[in-house]
Write a protein that binds this ligand. Structure first.
Ligand code: ATP
Length: 204
């Protein structure tokens, strides 16, 4: 099995930006959110089981998961949230395992937004990397990107682990408190370290 790093962080912390740098440098990046999107695209297994278990009303006209409608449901209904996770997580997990096994790169990065909250994937990874930034920056970045209101972003953040909880679980932390060039530099430095750790793991 390759050397595996689980990458996490709060909403808008910079996970995808960091993962993009690792990918450019040659790592295999497996993004659990991207897999979830693919699985819930029209005609795919996630969309099919959601229609079976929740009703076709949770699909859009094109057959993809209606994310807004589902988000609304699970935000207010813990049992529905559990049911949805029970359906999708095993499908996502199976795809991640296949991708990890197929990876040829020096190391693999699995992007898991809710790693600390769910504990998922930690046992598959040798290290946990947290991208950390302060809440004001998170809010500003998400607002710029999505047009969500500050109130909605704060709601999402309140449902996620705190910065302290996340950092307490980390082997490595990238602080994303400056510009994108700095973030790239910091990711690059960690890439060098991961190459060394992966090489040592192969020897032992
Ligand atoms: P999400 O949890 O919502 O998927 P994420 O943690 O993957 O977000 P990114 O998508 O990498 O975060 O970053 C959020 C937004 O902030 C993006 O538009 C990104 O380009 C921007 N961004 C990230 N880091 C910086 C930075 N240091 N300076 C300026 N913009 C940044």
């Amino acid at each position: 099995m390759p050397f595996v790093i689980a990458l996490t962080g709060g909403i808008g912390s910079g996970k995808s930006s960091v993962a993009d740098v690792f990918a450019e440098l040659g790592a295999t990046v497996i993004d659990t959110d991207a897999i979830a999107h693919r699985l819930t695209a029209p005609g795919n297994p996630g969309a099919r089981v959601i229609a079976e278990q929740f009703g076709a009303a949770y699909l859009r006209a094109d057959g993809a998961l209606d994310r807004d409608r589902m988000r609304e449901l699970v935000f207010n209904d813990a049992a529905a949230k559990k049911k949805l996770e029970g359906l999708l997580h095993p499908l996502i997990r199976a795809e991640v395992e296949v991708a990890v096994r197929a990876a040829q790169a020096a190391y693999v990065v699995i992007v898991v937004p809710l790693l600390v909250e769910t504990g998922a994937y930690r046992e598959l990874a040798q290290r946990t990397l947290v991208v950390d930034c302060d809440e004001q920056q998170q809010i500003a970045r998400v607002r710029r990107r999505s047009g969500l209101t500050e109130e909605s972003i704060r709601k999402i953040m309140a449902a996620q682990a705190s910065r302290a909880e996340r950092v307490a679980r980390a082997d490595d932390v990238i602080v994303n408190d400056a510009d994108l060039a700095t973030l790239r530099q910091r990711s690059n430095a960690l890439h060098q370290r991961y190459l060394e750790l992966a090489a040592n793991a192969r020897k032992s």
